[in-house]
Design a protein around this ligand. Sequence first.
Ligand code: SAH
Length: 452
Amino acid sequence: MHDIKPGENYEILIDNMAHEGQGVGRIHGIAAFIEGALAGEKVVAQIDKVSKNYVIGHVVEILEKSKDRVDPLCPYSDKCGGCSLQHLSYEGQLKFKTQKVKDNLERIGKIYTRINDTIGMESPFRYRNKAQFPVGRVDNKIVTGFYSFHSHNIVPIESCMIQHEISDEIAMVVRNWIRKYNISVYDEKTGKGLIRHIVTRVAYKTKEVMAVIVINGDHIPYKEELINDLKENIKGLKSVILNINTRKTNVIMGDHNITVYGSDRIIDYISDIKFEISPLSFFQVNPVQTEVLYKKALENADLKNNETVIDVYSGIGTISLLAAQKAAFVYGIESVYQAVEDAKRNSHINNINNVKFISGDAEKVMPELADKGINADVVIMDPPRKGCDKSVLDAVIKINSPKIVYVSCNPSTLARDLRYLEDNGYRTIEVQPVDMFPYTYHVECVVKIEKK
Ligand code: SAH
């Protein structure tokens, strides 16, 4: 057992980066995770937390600086929990992400394969099409913003460099309306107060805008005034919706929506396919990089108009519909009933008829398809962070498709799943990381996998 204590300062050489972006070094042989430090730096760190095998701290002084260190562009970066790589140059962020993928694949999966450089954005700012601002009271003032690191304390924020400008403007209009009419805001501790969150959706191609006010109740006072303020100030406003969430929960939105102005949905495009977006629909948040990601996925699938494709975890049908344009038939499998309904609607409005969306857990549907003896030329999988269940991978192996395209938002579960596929007759050909979330530690990958 070591004798490092919270509050103590240590000089540390940082030789690595942890997966959430902290610098990693050693104190008397014990791993130290240091917030705000970069690989290659020598820092003085203060220890905040100790456990048996590692300690956690933060930088108090930089003795030797990394060449990748930059001054944060965001004035809220030391408080807001949204971005964790503000002190790292964009080029440095891309290198960090490539290395993170490589480390995970090699350490967890023992996968040694071609890993391309992470594809970044030309302009890594203002890229998000969806914002969720908590509303609350700080120092007795009504504010909107984001939560600080690992907490539910609101950091008041008026402009966020990774959100679309219109999202900032919607927050401002609603904030001013709350202040002007003295409307109550939600208090997580007591469960009382009306306005909980402001959620925005901005369609980058059609410029249509949706504003959602999440409320702890079933109506708002001064509704017409709010709608008029939004109409006057927000360009492209197509929809204002009240989302009812009266539960005492961390989940931002409830199930029930009331459209108080305009339409229930807005429309956006990915490539030349139209998608309808409603308040609860999952839609990739970085529209520019989504096209890059899906283009790579389809390039790997290499469709020639005569294949059968299974798209597992199909959401509102984005990948399925893109694939359907180049394949004979596509099955989409998705567990959220509403997403399947949206996917069906999306296939309908695009006149794409060679798809079938199946509602159900992949753990159940995939083994059924395998037992029926379905033939698939390509399986595309885009699972949530926890990756694929073994039953899904077993079904893919049984279906014996010659090609798999795995889209992953978590390199560690990707590594585990690739190992399983490699042990069962498949080979990982190429991994392409794509930066969907600049300034955060997240990285997305498209992986090309073939039957050995
Ligand atoms: N491919 C889509 C969605 C990817 S997100 C897109 O890019 O837009 C992952 C999706 O998997 C979500 O829609 C989620 O609802 C779904 N999902 C999560 N667990 C699932 C399961 N066990 N079976 C089927 N779908 C699941």
